[in-house]
Each structure stands twice: as structure tokens, then as C-alpha cells.
Design a protein around this ligand. Sequence first.
Ligand SMILES: [Zn+2]
Length: 426
Amino acid sequence: MAPPPNGMHELLEQLETLEKTANLSASINDVQNAIDLLTAARAKIANDPQTAPITLAKLQGPLRSTLEAAQKDIKPVYSGLNKYGRALDKKFKDKPLPPTSNDALSSHPQLINRAIAMHLLREGEFDVASTFIREASQHPPQPEPTPNTPHPYNNLSWEKNMADGTFNSETLQKQFHEMYHILHELRQERNLGPAIEWARERSDVLEARGSNLEFELCRLQFVCLFVGHGVDADDDDLMEEVPLGPMQAWEYARREFGGFQRRYAREVQQLMGAMAYWQNVVGSPYRRYFYNDAAWEEVATSFTREFCSLLGLSADSPLYIAATAGAIALPHLLKLQSIMEKTRTEWTTQNELPVEIPLPPAYHFHSIFVCPVSKEQSTDANPPMMMPCGHVIAQESLDRLSKGIRFKCPYCPGESHPRDAVKVFL
Ligand SMILES: [Zn+2]
């Protein structure tokens, strides 16, 4: 996830307190205890009505102390909420909410619901997601278009599946369940097995996407075997190890790296080179492969990205990105609006913002490629292709220029064969 924009740290701190200590779990227990006491007493009286007076008398003391505990346990929740409220006021002091006159989303409440449901599913909040989806389809929101606001995407089929309850959350839930299982094995158990198996089953698709995931996973497996125990082993341990680890790594490489020779000859060669330094990898040029604490998080991120893109989804939740980008853009838009009101000008370009919004680099998406040769926008049938020199042109331009034989890049002296060009995924 991208780091939060400035000024949000205090809010996040308070939010963390709410989640960790100022939550309702103690109070829920207290109330459950009270319910248990009452239920037991009712059962006893129902069983033998004559015991009613004594059962009720005995109930009073325990019930009172349970309720007192509930009162006591809810105090930190109140104080946490107060502090959070104060932090919110401080952050958004004197900042008016945007007026609803430009609310383009008011005509698409189903899309918002769908985005929320997708966000919950991909965050692994399966219970919350299914409750949300059920309630959203039981009470479908009615679009209330804002007058004078463009509604460019009035494509009802997008929204229909949510309204009809045919939004297939079960399949998605199953898929994300698998993703979280594999991530858990990677991050918590340091077990590469399920991830490697997943990548191997999709080897062709991943390779066609230009993904290095399978190799990255197997390389980490090699390193784990080499060091004998996790990558964060002490330097001393490694020095005293009998060469069992390196031997196992060697066997693993002989067994598994064959298929990687073509695409990763250099990398495989380097790993094999490291074998020569097995007694002192720390002091060798290969140290960075073996002592890289970030390696596990890197493969986990890489796995999440590939998993989501095979489902046709971006690696980060679009709702999270939209909300964060929106929060960054809002002050600029409010300022723009007040200027327009003062000068009585109108915003005339419908699909373009009249001001630059300074979004962080991670929020710059280049989803459109225009071929510098043909000046045409790329499509699935005419995708961007990168030549070995690094220049990118559209497939059709490549075909036209090369005529299937070696040709010179139109932008540099580099010569190459069209079959060496690789498809670029944006
Ligand atoms: Zn070139």
C-alpha cells in the first residue's frame, strides 16, 4: 500500500488505538456474560417455577457486577472515540465539505456498492463482504442524478449484477481465499511451496505477461536451502554449517532450474557462482542474494500483483486508490471552485480537469500507449512491443517496418529481429 498523504499520521495513530485497545471486545464479553446469567436463570425457573424467588435473589449480585464491568470497560471506547473526533476536527478544521452540485457518482450508487464489496473481498474481509452484498441487493439504492452533471457511463449492465444479486461474490471469495492462504504461507510460515505450485500451474500465462514470479520464488527457495534455515540466519551460523545446505541447494537447482536456463541464464549462472563461496557468502559478491531481508515481502508483493492481474484486477484496491487520490485532489478542486465562483467562469471541459493535481508517482498510471510511429492508440490486437534497444512501438508498426526480417529501430541505431520484441503490458 502507498504511504498515507501528509497530515494523516495523527489520524491513523488514533485509529490504531481504537482498533487495538479502545475496541468493544471487552464490552461484548460483559454483555454476553449478563445474557448467559439471565438465560441460565430463566431455564432454571422454567424447569421448576418454585425456585423463582431464590433464583432471582441469587441473580442480583452477579448481574449487577457484570453490568458494572460493562460500564467500566466501555470507558476507554468513549475516550478513544473522543480523541479520534478531536483528531478529525483538527485535520479538517475550517475545511468545508464539497458541495453536491458536481456529484457525478450520485447517479451510480450501484457502482459504489460494487467497489465497496470488491474492496472488502480483496482485503480478505469475507464475512463483512457477504453481509454487505446481501444487504445491498435487498435494498438497492436509487440513483439520484445531480442536474447538470455529465453521466458518461450510463452502462446499466455494470450496475445490474449488483442490483440483481448476480454479482458473483462466491467465486471471487474462493479465489481471494486461495490468495490469502498462499500469502499466509509466504509471510508467516516462510513456506514457498504453495506459491511455487500456483506459479508453476500458470507458467505459460505468467511468462506471456513477462512476469518473473516463478523464477523469483524458486530463487528464494534455492537461497533458503543454501543457508539451511530462513534468509535471516546469523552470519556465524552460516560459517559453522556443514555444507548440507549448499548441497541441497545444488540438488534443487539441478532439478528445478532447467526450465529457467533460457530466460534467466545470467541469474542462474550467478547463483551457481555463489556455490564457490559457500564458506563465506557474507564476504562474497553474492551477498545481496543471500542476505536480503526484504526478499519475502518482495515475492509476496509480486505474487499479489500477478494473482490480481490474472483475475483482471489491479494489485491495489481501486477504492483505496480513488479515496486517497480524491483526498489529495479535494483541496485543489475546492480552491478551483471558489475561483470559478468569484470570476463567474464555467468549467467547460467535461472529461478533463482544468487544474494539475499533484499526485504521488505511484498514482501515475500509464494505461494508454500511443505508437510514436503510427500515432495510433494501442489495442489488444495491436499491443505495444518493446525492441531489444528499449524503444517501444505498436505491433502493426513493427510488422510494417520489419517485414518479418532484421530491421533498424526508427529511434536509434539499434538493429533487431521482430521476434526479439516483447509485448509490453501497461
Ligand atoms: Zn531503439
